[in-house]
Write a protein that binds this ligand. Sequence first.
Ligand code: HSE
Length: 436
Amino acid sequence: MKDKIGIGLIGLGTVGSGVIDILSRNGELIKRRLGVPIEIKKILRKNPGKPLPAGVSGDLMTMDIKDITENPTVDIVVEVMGGLEPAKSYILSAINNGKHVVTANKALLALSGEELYHAASGRNVDLYFEGSVCGGIPIIKAIREGLAANRIETIYGIVNGTSNFILTKMTMEGKEFGEALRDAQSLGYAEADPTFDIEGIDAAHKLSVIVNMAFGTPVDFKEIYTEGISGILPLDISYAKEFNYKIKLLAIAKMKDDSIEVRVHPTMVPNNHLIATVDGIFNAVYITGDAVGPTLFYGRGAGDLPTGSAVVGDIIDVARNILNGGCGRIPPASFKEENRTLLRILSIDEIISLYYFRFTVIDKPGVLSRISGILGAHNISIASVIQKGRKEGGNVPLVMMAHEARERDVKSALKEIDRLPVISEKTVMIRVDEGR
Ligand code: HSE
């Protein structure tokens, strides 16, 4: 019986420091749960010039990855450096040396997950990645284990805290997008280059990881339709309020017969849906399984301690497997590798959704009937209309909610409508989802 579990840490940024902090503050508690202590054997970091966090001995530091991946005292390699390379090569080298791996690297899993899962299964080592999706929320474990009895039907996620913070500021304080983004940056939520957060790419990375596990299918990241929040205006947020909706950046996946919908975009959700109540930097994932019904997982999706909590939770899981001879018990992608099937991802043109349209029209008689005529000709049925203000001959917003329609038809109709001489700006379209 081993009397300790050794870990090698790759990366000493926000998450790496959180891991060290948790292992130090809760080391005794974790030992009581596990039976043996967890010891950090070596640490490699990208920026060796920076001062070490308190309590970290310089003796632990190395510049040579082999001190981790080929170190006989290291049982689990913990990759929290982020980025694609050299993280991928380091993980593959750890697996090839028979090490178990814990990673929080969502971009790497979204783009190269299949290769890593295959490598880990081939060596019968554990590859755990709770920290890669929604920080401290144990969503991977929930899908892989707690919900394993279910056919997953739908997933609605708020999986990017930065964009949720921005939309919350815009909704509650009426701020413009740019101003709310600057607030997020000054509070340290958004990256200096916030593109991945605000354009939905970070959310798509996370959605790709959970869809893979929930539906047992490899996911080609390029096929995930991704649209961010940078075009959302306070005007549309206030119209959403009038219809009793909130605008959220949702990561959506739906099981269809032999295909799946996988998409990230701003979405109007009813005010009384649980996901609409998730505000600020918080994340939540609302999953419906055929047996369990709807479930909601909520918490902090980023930060040193929340993400550190997920990473250390994985370390404890893998350590238990090592101590009890159970490694490889759970396939990395949840389904047995040979039983996974490639499901087709529907293109965005094929989806059927409810829609919000904001037309900017010249205020004169007959405009509404011309627009509704074109919508009708494309099988789009109007559920309600608002026109506020009166500016004869001037521009006014004309807002409509449409019943379920196919996106391809919506695009064709809007193209035709936007060519009408009475339309003075490109029409705004936002998808609406009742979240069922
Ligand atoms: N940048 C991410 C977010 C956190 O804003 O949620 C790390 O995944």
